[in-house]
Structures are given as C-alpha cells and as structure tokens.
Design a protein around this ligand. Structure first.
Ligand SMILES: CC(C)(COP(=O)(O)OP(=O)(O)OC[C@H]1O[C@@H](n2cnc3c(N)ncnc32)[C@H](O)[C@@H]1OP(=O)(O)O)[C@@H](O)C(=O)NCCC(=O)NCCS
Length: 178
C-alpha cells in the first residue's frame, strides 16, 4: 500500500475510520453530488454510510493495492477538503482518476493539485500506461481540471449506463509535460 502523497498545499492519505463523518457529510451534500454517481445525486443515508464504511475498510485492508481512495487534506492544518481516487474502470483495464471536494474547498485549484498528485502516482510510481477520466457533459469545472492536467478529451462514452465525456492522459503525454 502506498504512503501518503504530498503537494505544496495538500496531503492525500489513505482512509481511516475517523474519516467517516467527513466522508458521509461530503456525500450528503447535493451540490457536491450533482455530478457524482450513476445515477448522479445523493443516495439514501443508509447507502451513503455503507459505501463510506466499505471504502474505509478496503483502505485498511489495502484491497486496492496501489489504487483506491485517499482523503485530501490541508498539509499545514489537516483540514478536510475531500476525496480522491484511482479506480479500475468497470469493463476495461483502464484506471480512472476521480475527485470530489467539499464546497468550502472549491475555486482554489485544490482539485487540480490533488488530481495531479494521483495522476503522478499512477503514471510514475505505478507506471500505468495511461489514466482516464469521465465526467457528466455539463460538469465544465471538472472538465477544466482535466484539461489543466493535460488530459485529451476524446468524445463521449457510456459509463455505468450514463453518457459521459471521456478523457485520456497517456504516460508519454504526461512525461512530455514534465
Ligand atoms: C469540480 C471540482 C472538483 C472542481 O474543484 P476545484 O478545486 O474548484 O477545481 P480547480 O480550482 O482546480 O479548477 C476548476 C476550474 O474550472 C473552472 N470552473 C469552475 N466552475 C466553472 C464553471 N461553472 N464553468 C466553467 N469553468 C468553471 C475554474 O475557473 C477553474 O479553471 P481555471 O483554473 O482555469 O480558472 C469541485 O467543484 C467539486 O468537487 N465538485 C463536486 C464534485 C464533482 O463534480 N466532482 C467531479 C466529478 S467528475
């Protein structure tokens, strides 16, 4: 299991049971969940709590190997900013980068910094050939994050039954930007 990932402002670390309250609050905010999930939106309180507990348990067991979920927090104050993930795509060998931040963290470049750390981990330490991402077509802020990280937009794809934009960052393109 990989250690924490650090950026100038952030630490991304594996989930622990003490994170559950922050993670449940994050996934219970309709503004955060508007473009998250398939279908998108807040799930029932029971399902939200169950999903959070499963992610924490998987993190503790190291079930995802070098992939999985990270808490995104301030490096100086450990303030909770959100959740980042590297997840295997459902029907392929590809690995997806995903992120969602608490509203208090929006608009400061934190998603780009956090997702950048996950991409560096995936393409560097894990030596994956590429990382992919999907967004709802009207989630322009998330598409902008991917653009800033060097992802190439390759049209639309079907993801877990919904239409999504499809973004790819190859190891070669990532290296060329370094
Ligand atoms: C989408 C999200 C991750 C962005 O986080 P963030 O930390 O604010 O993102 P950043 O500041 O790194 O970058 C956002 C970019 O989008 C731009 N942006 C924000 N809202 C926008 C909008 N409605 N239309 C167009 N651009 C927008 C910002 O100006 C910024 O671009 P810039 O740096 O060129 O100015 C955050 O709002 C979030 O967690 N939303 C809810 C969950 C979610 O949608 N997750 C992604 C699922 S694919």
């Amino acid at each position: 299991m990989s250690a924490s990932l650090e950026t100038p402002r952030l630490r991304l670390r594996r989930l622990v049971p003490a994170d559950e309250a922050d993670l449940i609050a994050l996934d219970s905010d309709p503004d955060v969940m508007r473009h998250v999930g398939s279908p998108a939106g807040v799930k029932s309180p029971e399902e939200t709590a169950e999903r959070v507990k499963r992610r924490v348990l998987d993190s503790r067991r190291g079930d995802h190997g070098g992939l999985g979920f990270w808490r995104v927090e301030g490096r100086a104050d450990a303030a909770f900013h959100g959740l980042g993930a590297l997840i295997r795509m459902p029907d392929a060998d590809d690995v997806e980068v995903a992120y969602r931040l608490a509203r208090s963290a929006w608009g400061r470049g934190i998603a780009t910094e956090a997702a950048g750390a996950l991409v560096n981990h995936a393409l560097g330490a894990l030596a994956l050939p590429r990382v992919v991402a999907v967004t709802y077509p009207d989630n322009v802020a998330s598409q902008r994050v991917l653009y800033k990280l060097g992802f190439e937009r390759r049209g639309l794809t079907e993801y877990k039954g919904v239409q999504a934009t499809w973004h790819v960052l190859t190891r070669e393109a990532w290296r060329a930007r370094a």
